[in-house]
Design a binder for this molecule. Structure first.
Ligand code: HEC
Length: 160
């Protein structure tokens, strides 16, 4: 019982510290907001890469795992619609560490359609993986991987 009270009061102290820290802070400057936006979008891209890497491995001859292929394909299809959302914050003109090209914000509908292509190709990949057919699944991999490169070619410094 004593322990429970101690835990509860610790939570209360932490919570009050959290709220006062938030309310005591000045609103973030435009520079801080731009930096946070870059952080967030890089996180989405890192998660995309994290999920793509095992699929690249399978395409290059690692043992085929249909369940993992389907799971990661669906994860990529779920993450990709966030790309236009996290890029909506226009960071052009801010001193931020980014490889995003300025023209993204002049071509938002084309940019969004390239994100949609990734959704579609990741879904096709996952659907093929759901059949358990290695050949059919890997046959859709090039389109999936290509949708990353297609957008990078147009909208990112240093193609990869
Ligand atoms: C619709 C456009 C688009 C698509 C599709 C896209 N990317 Fe990107 N990606 C970008 C842009 C723009 C950046 C630059 C972000 C920045 O530096 O602010 C980027 C950056 C990255 C980065 C570097 C992140 C960092 O920490 O600097 C990785 C890794 C990445 N993308 C992986 C992928 C993978 C893997 C896919 C496909 C599964 C993919 N991207 C699909 C536009 C796209």
């Amino acid at each position: 019982m004593k322990k429970k009270i101690a835990v509860m009061s610790t939570i209360a102290i932490l919570a009050s510290g959290f709220f006062s820290a938030v309310s005591a802070q000045d609103p973030p400057t435009p520079e801080q907001q731009a930096e946070a936006a870059v952080d967030t979008r890089k996180s989405v891209f890192k998660l995309l890469r994290f999920n793509l890497i095992p699929l690249v491995g399978m395409a290059q001859g690692a043992p085929f795992d249909a369940a993992l292929a389907e799971r990661n394909g669906r994860r990529i299809a779920a993450l990709a619609p966030m790309i236009p959302d996290v890029m909506a914050h226009n960071t052009r003109g801010f001193d931020v560490e980014t490889t995003a090209l300025d023209k993204i914000w002049d071509n938002q509908s084309d940019f969004a359609s390239k994100a949609q292509a990734l959704v579609d190709n990741a879904t096709a990949f996952a659907d093929a993986a759901a059949t358990g057919d290695r050949g059919a699944t890997l046959g859709t991999f090039r389109a999936l991987g290509g949708s990353c490169g297609n957008c990078h070619d147009d909208y990112r410094v240093d193609d990869d």
